[in-house]
Write a protein that binds this ligand. Structure first.
Ligand SMILES: Cc1ncc(COP(=O)(O)OP(=O)(O)O)c(N)n1
Ligand SMILES: Cc1ncsc1CCOP(=O)(O)O
Ligand SMILES: [Mg+2]
Length: 356
């Protein structure tokens, strides 16, 4: 056999090994993601998409490619990175496997162009579908965490803003809103960036009050809009469908309009008049009870709620509360957070029905 033929065969064999290894890598990563979609998220659509992608990859995984496998001779099998040895959370498992699948599909696309242009084109399309899958996974995770959140800390401009928020997060808080009506935008941006980072570290949702531009700038999980803020439709157009939009409501008309306009959650209040929202009269318990009976999205009672009046609030069939002073001004924010959560989670959220 001529040298040229021998070289051509060597290259072809190496190509097949690369494609075989990356088809395995992509299919294994998709299967890992699929299991969470199925058993963690109970999301049939995402589960099916993962399965469909696996089956399309199987189509390209021919016996000829498998025959090229030489695991004992694969120098890569002994290579490992400390980060591969551990996963800090399910989120980390999903993120690692999404990256693994996307990288493998890029390799299959590039080398597939040499081996089979149709294969290269097919893997390019699958790679874009995995990007979409990642966005949908993130959105689903956001909505799942929103559903599970019974305590919502809305910040106020205090000296120890970051320490207080972190202390509350250590107490089990899962939902934070950055609210500051007085700071200049450069300060708001810096604060939002730092709070977003802290919340991400604790796996909590981070929402920005009023300002969609700041929410986008810091990659927040969403924005909270009052009745006098921009319309939900505009916020949705700017934020997209994957992020959360909350709306303040003070009466049944607000509630139904917010839900009709696509709010992912609503604030209900003020339950009591509060200096934190000076000038806004209490909406009172009649509206709270109305929300309990009619809200079809997660809703948070807000306004003057503290540990002393929490029993009265819970008696009005409130399952979720939003708090400012009772935590931001607490001597021990972690303990206060734990107390709120202990009282709130005695009433199972899972039993909350939105089909009334
Ligand atoms: C959860 C939650 N509910 C209500 C509000 C009040 O928001 P808004 O009406 O926009 O008033 P300001 O916060 O802008 O003064 C909220 N921030 N969060
Ligand atoms: C922003 C907002 N909207 C209605 S009440 C409120 C503030 C609630 O603050 P606090 O928990 O200190 O009464
Ligand atoms: Mg507002």
């Amino acid at each position: 056999m001529g040298n040229t033929d021998s070289q051509a065969r060597f290259v072809q064999l190496a190509l097949c090994r690369i494609l075989d290894a990356n088809l395995d890598r992509a299919r294994e990563g998709l299967r890992t993601i699929e299991e969470w979609c199925r058993f963690g998220l109970d999301n049939a659509l995402l589960t099916e998409e993962c399965k469909q992608l696996r089956q399309e990859l199987a189509h390209w995984h021919t016996p000829a490619l498998r025959a090229a496998r030489d695991t004992p001779g694969d120098a890569g099998t002994v290579l490992t990175h400390p980060k591969e040895a551990e996963r800090s959370s399910v989120q980390a498992v999903l993120q690692a496997n999404l990256c693994r699948v996307q990288e493998a599909l890029r390799v299959l696309e590039e080398y597939g162009k040499v081996y089979s242009p149709e294969m290269g084109a097919a893997c390019k399309q699958m790679r874009y579908r995995v990007y979409t899958l990642e966005s949908q996974l993130t959105a689903d995770q956001r909505h799942q965490l929103l559903e599970r959140s019974s305590l919502y800390l809305v910040t106020s401009p205090t000296e120890n803003l970051f320490a207080t928020v972190e202390a509350a997060l250590k107490g089990g808080l899962t939902l934070v809103q950055y609210r500051d009506k007085t700071a200049d935008d450069d300060v708001r941006l810096r604060n939002a960036q730092k709070l977003a980072h802290i919340c991400r570290h604790y796996g909590a949702l981070f929402i920005v009050n009023d300002r969609v531009d700041l929410a986008i700038a810091v990659d927040a999980d969403g924005v909270h809009l009052g009745q006098q803020d921009i319309p939900i439709a505009l916020a949705r157009q700017l934020l997209g469908s994957q992020r959360l939009i909350g709306r303040s409501t003070h009466c049944p008309e607000d509630l139904h309009r917010a839900i009709d306009e696509g709010a992912d959650y609503i604030g209900v209040g003020p339950v009591y008049e509060t200096p934190t929202k000076a000038g806004r009269p209490a909406a009172g318990f009649d509206y709270v009870r109305y929300a309990a009976a009619h809200a079809t999205v997660p809703w948070f009672a807000i306004g003057g709620i503290d540990t002393s009046n929490l029993p009265d609030v819970l008696a009005a069939n409130v399952k979720r509360v939003a708090i400012v002073r009772a935590i931001m001004h607490a001597d021990q924010p972690t303990l206060t957070t734990q107390y709120f959560l202990s009282q709130l989670t005695q009433q199972p959220l899972l039993g909350t029905s939105y089909d009334h």
